[in-house]
Design a protein around this ligand. Structure first.
Ligand SMILES: *[C@@H]1O[C@H](CO)[C@@H](O)[C@H](O)[C@H]1NC(C)=O
Ligand SMILES: *[C@@H]1O[C@H](CO)[C@@H](O)[C@H](O)[C@H]1NC(C)=O
Ligand SMILES: *[C@@H]1O[C@H](CO)[C@@H](O)[C@H](O)[C@H]1NC(C)=O
Ligand SMILES: *[C@@H]1O[C@H](CO)[C@@H](O)[C@H](O)[C@H]1NC(C)=O
Ligand SMILES: *[C@@H]1O[C@H](CO)[C@@H](O)[C@H](O)[C@H]1NC(C)=O
Ligand SMILES: *[C@@H]1O[C@H](CO)[C@@H](O)[C@H](O)[C@H]1NC(C)=O
Ligand SMILES: *[C@@H]1O[C@H](CO)[C@@H](O)[C@H](O)[C@H]1NC(C)=O
Ligand SMILES: *[C@@H]1O[C@H](CO)[C@@H](O)[C@H](O)[C@H]1NC(C)=O
Ligand SMILES: *[C@@H]1O[C@H](CO)[C@@H](O)[C@H](O)[C@H]1NC(C)=O
Ligand SMILES: *[C@@H]1O[C@H](CO)[C@@H](O)[C@H](O)[C@H]1NC(C)=O
Length: 418
């Protein structure tokens, strides 16, 4: 009989002992087969000192480990000691979700040695990002993620309380030779019960628990298909990803807007602002936008009420909008489409908050008011940097007033000519 101890991954931060380098630590391991319940099935597994995963080996750099291993199992055996993942039953990860929501789930494979499949029972995931770069969104039931990789996925919850709980499981994808830890790690996705008094742990435990179907440990055809689904935002047909205000993606001008305004050379002006559609309903089939340098002109000291309406084109999302040049008052907000007949009745004209950046609610609208008493050209843009770069911005031209102190100052005499 022969037993190998192949490798040790040791978590040094867990050790409270004094820093005495170079001591010898003794361990005794009895390898036995034992029956355990895992994910509702009885399985025979190999245990070390009746434990699975095996006992923790604690050591400091420079220590010597003397481990006496006795194999009580019929077969020859090699042991691979991997990093310890803290996932005992009592700290099982159980995120609580609400029905009818979209959650952004950030997945990080922090394991050292294993690529992992991950799936949530009865739910589809939409991959939108990989390693901090946006990708063309795609849907999948299972994710495959390698050590060091990160990915953001959108999880759309059921529209109604499903009267069930759902396992989220992960297990390795293995192509190499040798032994490995093939255990399945699990968390549980729980829905908040619509009636709060049925929220108790006991009643949640009574709900049926669904299990996801994970790919086989060696499912290379899944791995290949999955890898092929990742595509950058580049558009091969010359189109590109963009964001817009009133269906116009802002094109940066060659000459500074303020300069061309001062010298009286007009820039593009919004003409017909927007064709109407159900902004937060099923998006139009044609999601093309045009680009242009479009501005809105305001006579001096105009009282402006501005409705910022999110749309569901590509996906509803909260946008923090920020105009330069002005603070504004947030007089109202709501979900769905702004209703010009009903919503203004509820505006807060008593003590509205004054700010310079406001989050337009995801799938909703916000109403702001400001006094255009600051002559000049002022950008207004989404404060998510990437959205600004995609064109989610426009500008206001605030014209001069009559009095000298209501006029745009001329460019400084030393303004560089090129
Ligand atoms: C177990 O290992 C020993 C020593 O390497 C070898 O002689 C024996 O044939 C192996 N037994 C089996 C069942 O593989
Ligand atoms: C996991 O971590 C928690 C908190 O860090 C700790 O209380 C618990 O004992 C750990 N469980 C195991 C199995 O190490
Ligand atoms: C979950 O999926 C299984 C298998 O497709 C199905 O039988 C079951 O009804 C689903 N349960 C819920 C609550 O969606
Ligand atoms: C929800 O499931 C539990 C347990 O399966 C069952 O007792 C209960 O009647 C179900 N409730 C509804 C509204 O379906
Ligand atoms: C995957 O493993 C199964 C047994 O677990 C085996 O039958 C199958 O041939 C393997 N597939 C590949 C592609 O290696
Ligand atoms: C360009 O390609 C994208 C995706 O690659 C597609 O959605 C879009 O319809 C195409 N546009 C045109 C004008 O062909
Ligand atoms: C605007 O669109 C035209 C074609 O429609 C394109 O050539 C140009 O590069 C775009 N400009 C910007 C700044 O996106
Ligand atoms: C817009 O779409 C939403 C979601 O589909 C729907 O609830 C709403 O009634 C629609 N509004 C209008 C005015 O059609
Ligand atoms: C936005 O502009 C594009 C290009 O001009 C047009 O095809 C599309 O129908 C417009 N969409 C909306 C919602 O107005
Ligand atoms: C601007 O308008 C407000 C209200 O409409 C008024 O109270 C204020 O005096 C005006 N300011 C100037 C500088 O005209």
């Amino acid at each position: 009989m022969e037993v190998f101890l192949l490798s040790l991954a040791i978590t040094l931060c867990l050790i409270p002992q004094l820093a005495l380098a170079g001591i010898t630590r003794h361990y005794h391991f009895d390898i036995k087969v034992q029956n355990v319940m895992r994910l509702c099935h009885t399985k025979s597994i190999v245990t070390v000192n009746r434990q699975f995963p095996g006992p923790r080996i604690v050591a400091r750099e420079g220590d010597q480990l003397l481990i006496k291993v006795v194999n009580h199992v019929q077969n020859n055996m090699s042991i691979h000691w991997a990093i310890i993942i803290n996932c005992s039953a009592k700290d099982t990860f159980k995120p609580k979700v609400k029905p009818g929501r979209t959650y952004l789930v950030r997945l990080i494979n922090a394991a050292l040695e294993e690529q992992l499949f991950f799936s949530i029972a009865n739910h589809t995931l939409t991959v939108v990002e990989a390693d901090a770069v946006y990708v063309k969104p795609f849907e999948t039931r299972t994710i495959l993620i390698a050590p060091g990789q990160t990915t953001n996925v959108l999880l759309k919850t059921r529209s109604h309380f499903p009267n069930a709980t759902f396992l989220m499981t992960g297990r390795p994808y293995v192509t190499g030779l040798g032994t490995f830890d093939s255990s399945t790690v699990a968390g549980i996705l729980e829905y908040e019960h619509p009636s709060k008094n049925l929220q108790s742990t006991a009643s949640i435990k009574k709900l049926p628990l669904f299990k996801p179907v994970l790919s086989a440990l060696n499912d290379t055809s899944f791995a290949t298909n999955f890898a092929n689904k990742f595509r950058s935002l580049a558009r091969p047909n010359g189109t590109m990803f963009s964001a817009s205000v009133n269906n116009i993606s802002f094109a940066m001008p060659a000459t500074a807007l303020l300069l061309s305004h001062f010298s009286g050379k007009p820039q593009g002006i919004y003409k017909s602002p927007l064709s109407q559609f159900n902004y937060t309903g099923t998006p139009p089939n044609n999601i093309m936008v045009s680009n242009g340098t479009k501005l809105m002109v305001l006579p001096f000291n105009t009282s402006v009420e501005l409705i910022l309406q999110d749309t569901s084109i590509i996906g509803a999302e909260s946008h923090p909008l920020h105009p330069h040049g002005f603070n504004f008052f947030v007089v109202g907000q709501g979900s769905g489409n702004f209703n010009p007949n009903e919503d203004p009745v509820n505006f807060n004209l008593v003590d509205p908050v004054e700010r310079n950046t406001v989050g337009v609610p995801s799938g909703g609208w916000v109403a702001i008011r400001f006094l255009a008493d600051n002559p000049g050209v002022w950008f207004m843009h989404c404060h998510l940097e990437i959205h600004t770069s995609w064109g989610l911005k426009m500008a206001w031209v605030v014209l001069d007033g009559k009095l000298p102190n209501q006029k745009l100052l001329p460019p400084p005499a030393d303004l560089p000519k090129c």
